[in-house]
Design a protein around this ligand. Structure first.
Ligand code: UDP
Length: 345
């Protein structure tokens, strides 16, 4: 039996890994060893997703978090190399664009272990940490498992065409798996005293919005303006909480809550009037639930959401006319990924 070493560590990776891990178990041909790097570690940002999404407990927890990019990535490289030498996997499976993705990519590439990169080919064409991580991961991966045609074209423009597949978006798989359960079980809208369809949901966590007082103050004042019209619920990311405290930013006009689990998050997205976010995943989920989204950034990787008229950049032009588009696949991305790996490892 072939062994996969699946490396995850940050919140969006737990959400992306859930359908893949499920499809791996259903296929039955692999031993899947799950490594949690520790990048996100508390209950709100980590454990709740394992519980709610049925993701098996990690086989290894590296407990690495905090510090600068170099310190964090470096410690992960050391630990993942040791683990990989002991486990001798037939392939690495990595997700998205975090420091955990980068560390795993470098380790696997130097040990000549083939890498499957899930969510390959995304580009913002901006000099941001995530872009560096994804470009490096794509260069060294054997299987580039793209969520969209655009991602395939981005790779082609960089001269990468071998091992490239458009399988669809694994987060769409997750949304379809969880949607009904969220509707039935989440009570968050009631608990917060909100009226369905009459509030906005916001998330902020990107470095470009949290690293300087000016940037965070600008986002906060944008959200405060929306809050004059309707309640704005903001599940506050730990990084943003720290930045707001450090820069003394007033968030008092917003409904601040702790980060929520995936059932509650899905219910909030499905039940809101609109979404305001700098998160890649949340932009897509707004589209999956057909909610208008304003992206609190100067660029987006998820261009299809803008082209279909459901998303716009906060400082950019108004929404384009709405149209329907199945740009993110058919909800079976995970099975397609497992079929490719089963045929080729
Ligand atoms: N999310 C969540 N609870 C929250 C905030 C976000 O479950 O309080 C989910 C969200 O629905 C999406 C993912 O976390 O699936 C996005 O993660 P994040 O914004 O941290 O990262 P990004 O998508 O920008 O990489």
């Amino acid at each position: 039996m072939k062994t996969l070493l699946s490396v995850i560590g940050a919140r969006p990776q737990f959400i992306k890994a859930a359908p893949v891990s499920r499809a791996v178990r259903a296929q039955g041909g692999f031993r899947d060893i799950i490594v949690h790097t520790g990048q996100h570690f508390d209950r709100d940002m980590s454990d709740v997703f394992f519980d709610e999404l049925g993701l098996p407990k990690p086989d290894h927890h590296l407990g690495i978090h905090g510090g600068g990019h170099g310190a964090m990535t470096g410690r992960m490289i050391v630990a993942l190399e040791e683990l990989s030498l002991a486990v001798k996997p037939d392939a690495f499976v990595i997700y998205g664009d975090t420091n955990s993705t980068l560390a795993a990519a470098i380790v696997a590439a130097k040990l000549y272990i083939p890498i499957a990169h899930i969510e390959a080919g995304l580009r913002s064409f901006k000099p941001m940490p995530e872009e560096i991580n994804r470009v490096v991961a794509d260069r060294v991966s054997r299987w580039l498992l793209c969520p969209t045609d655009l991602a395939v074209r981005n790779l082609a423009a960089e001269g990468i065409s071998e091992g490239v597949y458009n399988v669809g978006d694994v987060m769409y798989d997750t949304t379809l798996l969880i949607r009904d359960r969220a509707n039935q079980h989440s009570k968050i809208i009631d608990e917060l005293g909100l009226t369905p369809g009459a509030f906005s949901l916001a998330t902020i966590h990107r470095a470009e919005n949290t690293d300087s007082a000016e940037a965070l103050a600008e986002v906060a004042s944008y959200l405060a303006e929306v809050a004059r019209e309707r309640p704005v619920v903001l599940p506050l990311h730990p990084r943003t909480r720290q930045a707001a405290a450090k820069f003394n930013i007033d968030l008092s006009s917003l409904r601040i809550i702790d980060p929520v689990g995936y059932l509650d998050m899905t219910a909030l997205i499905a039940g809101c009037q609109s979404v305001l976010t700098d998160s890649g995943g949340v932009q897509k989920e707004a589209y999956f639930h057909r909610k208008p989204c304003v992206t609190l950034r100067d660029a987006t990787e998820w261009v299809e959401t803008v082209e279909t008229g459901w998303n716009r950049l906060w400082k950019g032009p108004d929404y384009l006319p709405r149209r329907d588009n199945n740009a993110y696949g058919d909800g079976h991305a995970a099975e397609k990924i497992v079929d490719i790996l089963a045929a080729q490892t």
